[in-house]
Design a protein around this ligand. Sequence first.
Ligand SMILES: [Mg+2]
Length: 266
Amino acid sequence: MNNSTFHIVFTDLDGTLLDHHDYSYDLSMPGIALLRGAGIPLVLVSSKTASEMEALRRKLGLAAPFVCENGGGIAFPSEHGKEPRIEAMGMSAAELEARSDLLKRAAGRRIRLITDMDPNEIAALTGLEPEAARKVRERSHSIPFLTADGSSIDLPEVNRLLGREGLAVTRGGRFYHLGTAGVDKGLAVSRILAHYRPDAGEADIVTTGLGDSENDLPMLKAVDRPVLVRKPDGSFLKTDMDVILTEGRGPAGFTEAIFRLFARGA
Ligand SMILES: [Mg+2]
């Protein structure tokens, strides 16, 4: 019998691998380096677009496929600097945008889609440079949005109404996101698992997932070892799940958890 283990680590970006405020990954680098040294794939899973994520994947020198737009797309990196091949998991952004009236009706208030905001406004909301903010609008499989008055929406109720139309809303660190019902970070985990099954051979696959927000919950539910990192204000996302909690916030919590779970002898 072969008892070896094949690990895969899934991580959210904003507020987890990247600092919520300045998007720095300095504090997550020791954790990333430990995984690289151990040959463990690190799968980036975010609400960001494929083009934003491909740039980061290259900077971090990661080879694993990644999950963009909250599971709306799975990107498989190409060799020789070519663009990644994207597998679509749900409706296109154009199809979602065409249904945005359903969202407004379900939420019962005025909604501002990111595609209606200009890059300067997105830059002010996110702290990104205007050029990077422009990229945020290039959606393929999901549409971030805010309520016009900044109020919170009742997610379970809105999703109950939208589910009939094949739509779903989730919430990240800054924005709500309109996407396809049933398409989330959890479905993406199962797609990535299927990708790695041949590489794992006879070994058992053990999955670890790290996140900080509502849109990470489907991913945390889909992995063997869910980790919630502390938010910038010191709090945690409220959940009744059995999760590993970190002392450190954001990227510091990422590295802390990776060392706790993967350092030699852990
Ligand atoms: Mg996050």
